[in-house]
Write a protein that binds this ligand. Structure first.
Ligand SMILES: O=C(O)CCC(=O)C(=O)O
Ligand SMILES: [Fe+2]
Length: 519
């Protein structure tokens, strides 16, 4: 039985603690390196890096309040990089690509097979003309070989003559360009609205419905540059990926499951790219590019987004990555995104990682968080759901008392990790985690409820996987000896387990009540 039922899990998306709260600031400053800001919660999925490499993400359009001063339409786009062609900084090789916003312009460039797809979609029977590669992954002919060559030539011309104006497409791929930035946004918008929209609406109601923005770019793989792409999900609602050429071996695309499903790290299929053929999938579908054998592969990628879907509850749910107890398939592991990667596969060298688009800043930040002996309970790391966790509740106590107990916990945690053989650069979580709650905010009240403790200070050990909680009796004073003994007894197996969520009974009527805010 899976023990990770929704109700008993600690949400990763819990709100952060109140900024500027005096105690948090004071403890954070006193005890170094941002402990209290450290329980990083990445909202939902970690998507394949957004737009400008290393730069800030554009503000999603739905975040902009109504009534703000009107902006030019293009600036309201989610992914806006400017337009090098319109800015007079690019002389096109094939000007027809830049004048192609009329609906009929695409007719000569769409593969004959796409007519069958459009007809099947219109008949309400899309699967008649599509190939289902795996659940949720479909392929179909989209571009003629002539269009693939035309676009390839334009991209190569742009890279040769306007390189300095063009940015990398996302935080992972280093060698492509953003077609919208080059000046092809009108061409792509027509393709999206006139031709692809009915297909994605038929295949993916919800995420595929009413696409109203896009990020369209080129990716390129060859020896000495990017050779493949680490497993990831896209910051799109629907992705259309078309191979433009050139000659290459291997360089396949492997798919696993949907981020929000328990099986998201189970392999489903490997797709072999074919020039002009599109493979289409949801942004939440975990996928990665397998290393190229020889030659060069260039692909056209269209990330469509729908502000209606992004504003919905379904979007938030779909973007919450599921944790799973089942053994992952190795091909589905992501060095960028999976904390447990090195428990299953050897750590790649820096060069290997870079050549597969690994976001090393993400990996380093995660590893730094893991090095902290004690984590913030108001913003817990997601491992609180999978690793037994000592939780010390200090909310409502005077700052001096909090300081003292927190320091004791830090010392104990460091000692325990050293005794358990944890080395400074181990990437995975230690076998026992330590958390402190200094304010009744964020996830702290929920963890209190799971632990069944109401007083402060209180000490408990939560094991979500086993649906168990261990508690220091409420009449026992929390101090250095109690901390040591409690953790020691747990490690010896001599503590009595209670059911997760059960309340601590009658042990200490005199215990001080904790600060409230936990209802
Ligand atoms: O190389 C490919 O075919 C996939 C690229 C990709 O997944 C991406 O750029 O997000
Ligand atoms: Fe992708």
């Amino acid at each position: 039985m899976s023990l990770r039922r929704g109700a008993s899990r600690v949400p990763r998306g819990s709100p952060p603690s109140q900024p500027g709260a005096a105690l948090a600031a004071c403890l954070g400053a006193a005890l170094g390196a941002g402990l209290l800001g450290g329980g990083r919660l990445r909202g939902g999925a970690l998507a394949c890096g957004r737009s400008r490499a290393g730069g800030p993400s554009p503000v999603p359009s739905q975040v902009r309040a109504r009534g703000m001063p009107a902006e030019p339409a293009e600036k309201r786009r989610r992914f806006y990089f400017g337009d090098v062609f319109k800015g007079g900084k690019y002389a096109p090789l094939h000007p027809e690509l830049f004048q192609a916003s009329a609906p009929r312009a695409w007719e000569r460039w769409l593969a004959p097979g796409f007519k069958d797809v459009a007809a099947a979609v219109q008949d309400g029977d899309p699967l008649r003309a599509l190939r289902e590669e795996a659940p949720g992954v479909y392929s179909f002919e989209l571009f003629t070989p002539e269009f693939c060559d035309l676009l390839l030539e334009e991209v190569e011309n742009a890279q040769a003559t306007a390189r300095e104006h063009l940015e990398r497409p996302n935080g992972m791929n280093r060698y492509g360009i953003v077609l919208n930035q080059l000046g092809l946004e009108p061409l792509i918008s027509t393709l999206q609205q006139e031709h692809l929209r009915p297909v994605q609406e038929a295949l993916y109601p919800g995420p595929g419905t009413s696409p109203d923005d896009h990020h369209c770019f080129i990716v390129r793989y060859k020896a000495g540059e990017d050779v493949g792409l680490d497993m990831h999900e896209d910051d799109s609602d629907v992705t259309v990926n078309v191979c433009l050429g050139k000659e290459f071996t291997a360089a396949t695309l492997s798919f696993c499951g949907q981020a929000q499903e328990q099986n998201h790290r189970k392999f489903t299929t490997t797709y072999s790219h074919k020039k002009g053929r599109a493979v289409v999938h949801l942004g939440t579908h975990r996928h990665g590019a397998d290393n190229i054998g020889s030659g060069e592969r260039v692909n056209f990628i269209l990330w469509s987004t729908s502000s209606g879907y992004r504003g919905s509850e379904a979007y938030r749910k779909d973007r919450t990555r599921s944790t799973t107890a089942s053994e992952p398939d190795k091909v589905c592991l992501s060095y960028t995104h999976d904390r447990d990667y090195t428990q299953h596969l050897p750590r790649p060298s820096r060069e290997e990682a870079v050549a597969r688009g690994v976001m090393l800043d993400v990996v380093e930040e995660r590893s730094a968080i893991m090095q902290r002996p004690v984590h913030d309970l108001s913003r817990p790391i997601e491992e609180i759901n999978t690793v037994p966790s000592v939780c010390l509740f200090l909310d409502g106590l005077p700052p001096q008392r909090q300081h003292g107990l927190f320091k004791e916990l830090m010392e104990l945690a460091s000692e325990v990790h050293a005794a358990l053989g944890r080395r400074p650069h181990d990437a995975g979580p230690p076998p026992l985690l330590f958390f402190v709650g200094v304010q009744a905010t964020g996830a702290t009240p929920q963890v209190r409820r799971l632990c069944g403790v109401k007083h402060s200070p209180a000490l408990a050990l939560l094991d979500v996987d086993k649906e168990a909680v261990y508690r220091l009796p409420a009449d026992r004073e929390v101090g250095p000896e109690a901390l040591q003994e409690f953790v020691g007894d747990y490690l010896k197996g001599s503590l009595r387990a209670h059911k997760l969520g059960s309340e601590q009974q009658e042990e200490d009527p005199a215990a001080a009540p904790a600060a409230t805010g936990d209802t």
